[in-house]
Write a protein that binds this ligand. Structure first.
Ligand SMILES: *Cc1c(COP(=O)(O)O)cnc(C)c1O
Length: 380
């Protein structure tokens, strides 16, 4: 199979063994054999974040990553209570939008996208509003690549007796996560990101006791209710409605490869790739958006050079035709693009990519080093 290098923030580059794991004899997912597969996957998903199986469980849904955000928000809020969204980026804004669409009472606590949320401000809001029962934050804001202090935010949530939901979609199975020590009650991800599996299945990993309590909360969705899906899994060992069968075989293989590679080794590999991206960008004089020490180590949001010959679509197409996919930015009106360290790639792929990227820039007559009129972060 031709190998393509995806530098977009998911779906990620996958191994051929994961791709081919989808080719299986036809099977009805109500068979015992499939129930066994689901059981193994559910246990492994909890293991990735070091959760004790008595205390934490995982619940799968057929959908992209956003379904997990939707599920947590619509299922985990008791009647008459409020959600606090800690918002410093596009993905937490999406969470606020979900609250809005479900008519959930919520506070959208906004911070600038290029800074860490202020813990003092979060505490002030929690202190002043005892109705807040759910605090929501994003671990790695994939639009900017900033890493939020979830352990600290979680400690505050718990101090004020609120449950803590974290969108870990772009860190799960990449950056090591310890669900209990990190003060997380619920986290989430999607198979096509950290686990380097296929699109179409996503999961919530969370506190079993809190899920059981949520049976009494208002049911705001039929297909996407966490308790209903959990209860069906507990009773029958499978998803309530038809699961994405072949996608789950790929996920099983991806989990096997995850544990074979090892948590630490995998994180080292992503870090290597991330450092290589930075090194090559520095050589070309490209600038990024977020202070280096705040970056999660997975996404680099790069500023467009201020060069009349720069054209993102053109350079994108140039790279794409040569097997490399780069991705537009997601920071309001700011002119950025992204290079990500997700997937089954290593340093060599990054040097190969930058070889092509530099060639493309030269063909477009973009100046190297890249031109910026503003003073850089380092020079300030
Ligand atoms: C990718 C991602 C999602 C989910 O996006 P989908 O397009 O629905 O898969 C959610 N949150 C974060 C932080 C992400 O990176």
């Amino acid at each position: 199979m031709e190998r393509k290098i995806l530098l977009n923030p998911g779906p990620a580059t996958t191994t051929d063994t994961v791709k081919y794991a989808q080719i299986v004899p036809d099977i009805c997912p109500r068979e015992k054999e499939f129930v066994k597969l689901m059981k193994q996957i559910r246990e492994d998903l909890v293991k990735v974040v070091h959760g004790a199986p008595e205390e934490y469980t995982s619940v799968l849904f057929c959908g992209s990553g956003t379904i997990s955000m939707d599920v947590c928000l619509n299922s985990l809020l008791p009647a008459g209570k409020k959600v606090l969204v800690v918002n410093n980026g596009a993905y937490s804004s999406r969470a606020a939008e979900i609250c809005n669409y479900y008519d959930l009472p919520y506070i959208d606590l906004k911070f600038s996208v290029d800074v860490l949320p202020d813990l003092g401000e979060i505490e002030t809001v929690l202190e002043s509003d005892p109705d807040i029962a759910l605090v929501y934050a994003t671990h790695n804001e994939t639009g900017t690549g900033i890493l939020n202090p979830i352990r600290e935010i979680g400690a505050l949530a718990h101090k004020y007796h609120a449950a803590f939901v974290v969108d870990t979609t772009s860190t799960y199975a990449m950056r090591p996560i310890y669900i209990k020590e990190d003060n997380i009650d619920f986290c989430m991800a999607s198979a096509q990101k950290g686990l380097m599996a296929m699109t179409g299945v996503s999961y919530v990993i969370g506190n079993r006791k809190l899920i059981e309590e949520s049976r009494h909360f208002p049911k705001r969705s039929y297909y996407c209710n966490l308790y209903m899906q959990y209860e069906y899994f507990e009773k029958h060992g499978e998803m309530h409605f038809t699961p994405p069968v072949q996608t789950l075989y790929a996920l099983k293989q991806a989990l096997k490869e995850y544990f074979e590679e090892g948590e630490e080794e995998k994180w080292d590999r992503h870090s290597r790739v991330f450092e290589a991206i930075h090194k090559e960008l520095d050589k070309l004089g490209f600038r990024d958006v977020i202070k280096r020490e705040w970056q999660a180590g997975l996404v680099v949001a790069v500023k467009y050079p201020e060069d009349e010959n720069w054209d993102f679509d053109k350079i994108h197409d140039y790279c794409y035709e040569r097997g490399f996919t780069i991705y537009p930015g997601k920071i309001g009106d700011a002119k950025t693009f992204r290079l990500c360290a997700l997937g089954a790639i290593d340093e060599k792929d990054i040097s190969d990519f930058f070889h092509v990227f530099r060639e493309g820039l030269q063909e477009m007559r973009v100046k190297i080093p890249a031109v910026y009129h503003e003073v850089s972060n380092e020079e300030e």
